[in-house]
Design a protein around this ligand. Structure first.
Ligand SMILES: *[C@@H]1O[C@H](CO)[C@@H](O)[C@H](O)[C@H]1NC(C)=O
Ligand SMILES: *[C@@H]1O[C@H](CO)[C@@H](O)[C@H](O)[C@H]1NC(C)=O
Ligand SMILES: *[C@@H]1O[C@H](CO)[C@@H](O)[C@H](O)[C@H]1NC(C)=O
Ligand SMILES: *[C@@H]1O[C@H](CO)[C@@H](O)[C@H](O)[C@H]1NC(C)=O
Ligand SMILES: *[C@@H]1O[C@H](CO)[C@@H](O)[C@H](O)[C@H]1NC(C)=O
Ligand SMILES: *[C@@H]1O[C@H](CO)[C@@H](O)[C@H](O)[C@H]1NC(C)=O
Ligand SMILES: *[C@@H]1O[C@H](CO)[C@@H](O)[C@H](O)[C@H]1NC(C)=O
Ligand SMILES: *[C@@H]1O[C@H](CO)[C@@H](O)[C@H](O)[C@H]1NC(C)=O
Ligand SMILES: *[C@@H]1O[C@H](CO)[C@@H](O)[C@H](O)[C@H]1NC(C)=O
Length: 862
């Protein structure tokens, strides 16, 4: 029901956008747009025009001859002229016999002939707001012939009295009268006899000066609304105190009103004005026979809800006391509200809820308590409200939840919940955003909430996991938002990897902004219905095939650090967002580029949001500008969209090239050189004695560097990644025997490989296993006189940082290390150099070994 209201609202707003902005000074499809056209007269428009817009012009006079006969015209907007006054003459609209809607609003000063509106028998809606009109507009016979009038807007004028002309007897279909923002001051002297017998859907006296009626006048005030009924009556914003409201309710005794609005008002003592009265048992007593359904006393200063104040409103369906200063709800405050279904107490100053607080609300289904300061809730506050379906406790200070009856929605965002252990709750929808939940183990508890289908856990503090329950099968959950937490901290320690295991009905999962730098391979196992997965704004650089469930169709990987994702992982999708990643535009990206060009997957974002980040020379260039024809030669060229420019500057370039060829283009030159030598000399250099070693090289690096090592080295060297790579490499993720002791894995790898390549990074130095492996590889130098260790330094590590570690210090004293190039174009050269090092057999000079042996001995003791 609420959803539909919202939809209508949204729709209404979109319709209400100023039609004048659409087109100007022309006619099309029976609509004539003539706003802002410097007109001083009505323009000539096609005879079949249905809608005519003439606002924002200089038309100062409309007479009987202004309009040609326009029999189809239904809507005319001629308000808001740049000149004033505007004079509307006798029979000004009589050539528009079928007009339904006439808008003359906001003219500032409007001079109306008494017969201005003759000849408009079909007019339904007349808008005269903001026109400086006085009492005469109601008291004279202006609307005499408007027998179809349903809606009259006279808001923002200068009407001071409510004594409409007897002609209103004849306006039998009048349903809506808007008198907002006028100056009607005395309701008691109103004479609404000509409104008698009418049923108004909407009658607004909001924001007049109705407070001026004095106490004595009220005492003998006849009911101004006698023999009138209202669907909705708005008398808010009239500065009424508790006493005035009481007089009014007494005076209108018996008048049937569906919905009555007093807010904004000044009832109540506020915070500390004890002399001002809060409403009490008498205040609304006069409404007993009005059959009120909706009462709105929001926006005021009520501090205390006294006992029995609503006892005479037995038919009330909805009560809105939001935005007051309610701090105290007395015993039996809601007694008598047998039929109340919606109670709005939002934006007050409530701090505690007691067992008796909601006593008497047998039918209530929705209580809105958001934006109070509720910290304490007594055990039985809600448990007797058997019909309660929605509880809104957002934005309070709750640390512990009381028991609830079986709910549809529990809205608990923006509180201080640190744990859900021991919570007794059953709900279809659970909102827990922005609480202080830190233990991911709480999810195993929440998954046991009966009927739970939607859970919102955004912006909590999930960062560790202690499991108290196990996964239960057959979970009903459909939607879960875990965005903006710290799940990386949980999963990097291999904790609670089975947290999603039983969610076989889950369709949408948000894991965005969780600092995730990698995903445990098994983490999504069990999510057999998952359709949408949001991994945006994490730190993911690599995705392994088989990670995502087969059912997945929508995947958001925007703003991660993907270098060159393999398209295989995207095969099941229909919508994919891979914008703003860190693409490395080399030939490894080819498969993705080919896929992007052909796929029928909908790619979110624009092409310019998918761009290269490395190499620096083409950083920022969209992927769609790249070609990969040269990729047989391991080179990716930017499409020559600059070719014209290149030709005109060719002379200059020849000179410049010569100068900077080495500094700038050494990478490309090197590739050319390789290609040429390859052609001349023939195939790869022979790999020496295959039989002796199982592997050419063991790559030793920190686990945290795996993605980088894989993308930068393994993919370019290891023959299992690409056939044309020449080496058989050994590395932990692939080649270590599971279950074997880690250290013996490392030893075996070193013994079975011709060379050991240590990728020394900051992470490497922090990792005890790495340094141990380094030490072990180095020891072979002494034991069997073979120099098997190749050290590659990556990143900005200073000499000092390296020297701190003894094994490395020893190595550096005798040997040189390789440094990963800072300039992207040097990478090929570097890889070639590394390949040579792997192939080279280095014998150890005998003399040296004896001396160094001692050093090693001390190292292993130390
Ligand atoms: C209206 O007059 C103003 C100023 O004379 C001019 O700038 C504007 O273009 C005119 N508008 C039209 C629609 O003729
Ligand atoms: C006001 O009320 C009296 C009777 O109470 C009635 O005679 C008179 O016509 C009413 N109308 C106006 C506009 O004063
Ligand atoms: C109401 O309508 C009738 C018939 O059309 C007419 O005779 C009468 O004068 C009208 N009354 C007023 C007050 O306009
Ligand atoms: C209410 O007003 C109508 C129209 O003026 C009249 O016919 C009817 O008798 C009135 N009823 C009462 C109870 O005054
Ligand atoms: C008060 O609540 C009712 C329904 O609960 C709603 O229609 C009305 O708009 C609310 N008033 C304000 C000022 O929000
Ligand atoms: C309660 O009133 C506030 C405004 O005062 C409004 O925003 C909210 O939607 C209302 N709640 C319900 C359930 O109508
Ligand atoms: C993916 O997430 C980003 C960042 O939150 C967002 O801007 C983008 O609209 C999302 N893409 C899709 C297709 O929903
Ligand atoms: C993209 O595909 C079209 C044919 O579908 C082909 O003509 C074009 O060369 C391709 N572009 C790239 C950059 O591969
Ligand atoms: C997308 O293309 C593949 C073949 O490339 C085809 O099997 C699949 O049905 C297509 N999907 C849609 C939704 O068109």
């Amino acid at each position: 029901m609420m959803l539909r209201q919202q939809l209508v609202l949204v729709f209404g707003i979109s319709l209400a956008t100023d039609p004048c902005t659409l087109r100007s000074c022309s006619s099309e499809a029976q609509v004539s747009w003539y706003c802002n056209c410097n007109l001083t007269d009505v323009p000539l428009v096609p005879k079949d025009t249905v809608k005519l817009f003439l606002t924002y012009n200089y038309i100062s006079q409309v007479t009987a001859t202004s309009f040609p006969l326009l029999e189809h015209l239904l809507l005319l907007e001629i308000g808001t002229q740049y000149v004033s006054p505007v004079t509307i003459g006798k029979g000004a609209f009589r050539n528009l016999p079928n007009l339904r809607v006439l808008d003359l609003g906001n003219v500032k000063i409007l001079h109306l002939d008494l017969d201005a509106f003759v000849g408009l028998p079909s007019l339904n809606v007349l808008r005269l707001f903001g026109n400086d009109l006085g009492d005469s507009i109601l008291e004279e016979r202006y609307f005499q012939e408007l027998v179809s009038l349903e809606e009259l807007d006279l808001s923002s004028n200068k009407i001071t009295r409510l004594q409409p002309h007897p002609l209103f007897y004849n306006l039998t279909v009048l349903k809506k009268v808007n008198l907002k923002f006028n100056k009607i001051s005395n309701l008691c002297e109103s004479n609404l006899t000509s409104f008698q017998g009418k049923h108004f859907l909407l009658f607004s006296l909001r924001s007049n000066y109705l407070y001026e009626t004095d106490k004595k006048a009220w005492a003998k005030c006849p009911n101004p609304f006698r023999n009138i009924t209202f669907q909705s009556l708005d008398i808010g914003e009239n500065g009424w105190s508790t006493e005035k409201v009481k007089y009014f309710c007494t005076a209108i005794k018996g008048t049937q009103i569906g919905s009555l609005t007093f807010g904004v008002h000044i009832m109540g003592s506020g915070y500390g004005f004890a002399n001002l009265k809060n409403p009490d048992v008498d205040t609304f007593a006069g409404l007993a026979r009005s059959d009120l359904n909706v009462l709105d006393i929001s926006h005021g200063y009520i501090f205390s809800l006294n006992s029995l104040i609503f006892q005479s409103l037995g038919n009330l369906d909805s009560l809105n006391v939001s935005k007051n200063k309610i701090n105290e709800i007395k015993n039996q405050a809601f007694f008598g509200l047998r039929n109340l279904r919606v109670l709005n107490l939002s934006s007050n100053l409530l701090g505690e809820l007691y067992d008796y607080t909601f006593e008497g609300l047998h039918s209530v289904i929705y209580i809105d308590l958001q934006q109070n300061h509720i910290g304490m809730i007594a055990e039985k506050s809600f448990s007797n409200l058997v019909n309660l379906k929605i509880i809104d406790l957002r934005d309070n200070a709750i640390k512990r939840l009381p028991p609830f009856p079986h709910l549809a929605s529990a809205l608990l965002s923006d509180n201080k919940l640190m744990s859900v252990v021991g919570t007794k709750i059953a709900a279809m929808q659970l909102e827990l955003e922005r609480n202080w939940l830190a233990n991911l183990g709480d999810l195993y508890i929440l998954f046991q909430v009966p009927d739970l289908q939607y859970i919102y856990l955004k912006q909590n503090r999930f960062s560790y996991c202690v499991k108290r329950h196990n996964v239960i099968e057959n979970n009903q959950l459909i939607y879960m938002d875990l965005g903006e937490n710290m799940l990386q901290l949980v999963w990097e320690r291999d904790l609670c990897l089975d947290v999603f295991r039983a969610l076989s009905k889950l369709q949408f999962l948000h894991l965005n902004n969780n600092y995730l730098s990698s995903l445990p391979q098994e983490i999504f196992r069990g999510l057999t219905s998952l359709k949408g997965l949001n991994l945006a704004s994490n730190l993911l650089s690599h995705l392994s095939p088989g990670l995502f469930p087969q059912s997945l169709t929508i995947l958001n990987l925007s703003r991660n650090q993907l270098f060159s994702p393999e398209p295989e992982v995207f095969m099941t999708l229909s919508i994919l967002d891979i914008t703003h990643n860190k693409y490395v535009c080399d030939c490894a990206l080819k498969s993705l580029l080919v896929w992007l060009n052909h796929t029928n997957v909908t790619l979110a974002g624009s092409q310019s949001d998918r761009y290269c980040v490395y190499p620096p020379a083409i950083a920022g260039v969209p992927l769609s500008f790249l070609t990969y024809e040269g990729c047989e030669e391991d080179e990716l060229l930017e499409e020559l969209s600059f070719s014209v420019f290149v030709f005109t500057s060719v002379t200059l370039l020849v000179f410049l090239t010569a100068v900077i060829v080495f500094t700038r283009c050494r990478g490309i030159c090197f590739v050319w050189y390789k290609t040429v030598t390859k052609k001349i000399i023939g195939s790869h250099p022979q790999v020496a004695d295959q039989s002796e070693y199982k592997y050419d090289a063991y790559f030793c690096y920190s686990k945290n560097d795996f993605e980088w090592v894989q993308n930068s080295l393994l993919k370019h060297l290891d023959s299992q990644y690409f056939k044309k790579n020449r080496f058989t490499l050994c590395f932990e993720e692939r080649d270590f025997l599971p279950g074997e002791e880690h250290i013996s894995n490392i030893r075996d790898a070193i013994w079975n490989s011709r060379k050991t390549v240590c990728i020394v990074t900051r992470q490497f130095l922090k990792d005890g296993w790495c340094v141990e492996a380094f030490n072990f590889a180095q020891s072979r130098y002494f034991c069997d006189l073979k120099d098997v260790l190749i050290m590659v330094v990556v990143g900005s590590l200073s000499q000092y940082q390296l020297m701190k570690h003894k094994p490395i210090r020893n190595f550096l004293q005798r040997s040189r290390y390789l440094r990963w190039p800072e300039d992207y174009q040097d990478v090929d050269w570097f890889l070639n150099n590394l390949s040579c090092q792997i192939l080279k057999e280095k014998k150890v000079p005998k003399k040296a070994s004896v001396i160094e042996l001692q050093t090693v001995a001390t190292v292993s003791h130390g």
